[in-house]
Design a protein around this ligand. Structure first.
Ligand code: ARG
Length: 458
């Protein structure tokens, strides 16, 4: 097909170059936003008397029909078109003739694509937020059921102090809440209209950028036309926020992978969310979580693509920027796909409470509590810490746990030990007494769950 700019050229564009240059294979997905943007632009042209109001109406009508035809599959996207903007304009012109040719007055594809992408990603952010909210709700439900499910808390992946499964889950709820806040923040900066920036230097027509911004639901207009067409910070920001969401899912996935192993056996995945082996009949593999961990690398790669694409581009628009879309679309698609799979996997997994408790009973995770017992009886913490360390060494040698050391032996380490020590260092006491704000006691976790549920409503 002859190009829009054929007048300036004496040859048709090389076929290979045409394919190389084209972005239709990935920007077609913005067709709704492109048409919506064009409708706003056409209305503005009519209102300002830049084109005749009757022609503006015809264009708006024509665009609405194109949108309907695309939605209904009556009109197919032309894979040979240069991009979605050219495609829509070409269809409009084919259908309306001269009137269609007036649409691109006072506009460039540079402000058009920047507008489309902001509109598109703005909606995607809402979808991602909805999915994260769903996941947080699942975590809260699971936490409610596991406020007394004692498990070992770890540092350095060594058993450290007793917590509950609910407490552990609510840590992820906090990360995800911050992710939502970052997404909202990102949307706020994204939601400014570049439309009317033109190719780079605005226009001599008496346009009304505030009007188009309002029609498109933007909070305001971008203040500088060069920035309007060359800014892709919003893509970087969104990919960065999504990368962090993925990092959170990946850390969680890593734990689930560990918990599914025979070495831990803290949870069992539902059969519908695990896979088998082609050779080892006994295997039940947590593939979903491994894929999420793997895809996290891919999304971080998308973020890198955007940063590196942008860093050497002089103002204003450069074709490099066409590379923004595949990267940011991939980040968005991937995080949605991961969340959609992760959520039902979490909500159906079986929590093996007894195994968690058995693991918590070993590894001297009540050693701090033993030292604290002596401190509460008047001993200085460092002295209590040392004595308890000696007791742990004694137990390790005898292959017993602290609770099994007879009182007379305990007394040989410190006269402060009394019969009440056994109650003080039993697992449930250790968890239930950790009532500090944000801690693992059932009442502290209850507060955390309520906090999160309230935050979700805001
Ligand atoms: N397909 C292009 C992109 O995605 C649209 C803008 C083209 N502008 C230009 N001056 N060639 O960036």
């Amino acid at each position: 097909m002859a190009k829009m700019w054929a007048g300036r050229f004496s040859k048709e564009v090389d076929e290979g170059v045409n394919a190389f240059n084209s972005s239709i294979s990935f920007d077609w997905r913005m067709y709704r936003q492109d048409i919506k943007g064009s409708i706003a632009h056409a209305k503005m042209l009519g209102k300002q008397g830049i084109i005749a109001p009757s022609e503006s109406e015809k264009i708006v009508e024509g665009l609405k029909i194109i949108l309907k035809d695309l939605d209904n599959g009556i009109l197919d996207i032309d894979p040979n078109a240069e991009d979605i903007h050219m495609f829509v304009e070409e269809v409009l012109t084919k259908r309306l003739g001269e009137t269609g040719k007036r649409l691109h007055t006072a506009r460039s594809r540079n402000d058009q694509v920047a507008t489309d992408l902001r509109l598109y990603l703005r909606d995607e952010i809402e979808e991602i937020i909805a999915l994260i909210k769903k996941l947080i709700n699942v975590l809260c439900d699971l936490a409610k059921e596991n406020k007394s499910t004692v498990m070992p808390g770890y540092t350095h992946l060594q058993r450290a102090q007793p917590i509950t499964f609910a407490h552990h889950l609510m840590a992820y709820a906090q990360m995800l809440l911050r992710d939502i806040s970052r997404l909202k923040d990102c949307k706020k900066r994204m939601n400014e209209s570049p439309l009317g920036s033109g190719a780079l230097a605005g226009t001599t027509y008496n346009t009304d950028r505030f009007y188009t911004a309002e029609l498109l639901g933007f909070d305001g207009v971008m203040q500088n036309s060069l920035d309007g067409v060359s800014d892709r910070d919003f893509c970087v920001e969104l990919s960065s926020v999504i990368s962090l969401v993925m990092v959170h899912l990946s850390r969680f996935s890593e734990e689930i992978i560990l918990w599914c192993s025979w070495e831990f056996k803290f949870i069992e995945l539902d059969d519908a969310f695990a896979t088998g082996s082609s050779i080892m009949p006994q295997k039940k593999n947590p593939d979903i979580t491994e894929l999420i961990r793997g895809k996290t690398g891919r999304v971080i790669g998308d973020l890198n693509t955007l940063l590196i694409m942008l860093k050497g581009t002089p103002l204003a628009y450069n074709k490099d920027m066409q590379e923004d879309k595949e990267a940011v679309f991939d980040a968005v698609d991937t995080v949605k796909l991961c969340l959609e799979t992760f959520i039902p996997m979490i909500s159906t997994m079986n929590v093996l409470k007894d195994n968690m408790r058995t693991a918590a009973a070993k590894g001297f995770i009540n050693a701090t509590d033993c030292a604290d017992y002596l401190v509460k009886k008047g001993m200085a913490f460092r002295t209590a810490y040392k004595i308890t360390g000696q007791l742990v060494a004694f137990c390790t040698e005898k292959n017993i746990v602290l609770e099994e050391v007879p009182l007379d032996v305990l007394k040989s380490y410190s006269q402060l030990f009394e019969n009440d020590v056994y109650q003080a260092i039993c697992l449930d006491t250790c968890v239930n007494e950790r009532k500090s704000y944000g801690g693992p006691s059932p009442e502290s976790v209850e507060i955390q769950i309520n906090y999160v549920l309230l935050a979700l409503k805001e």
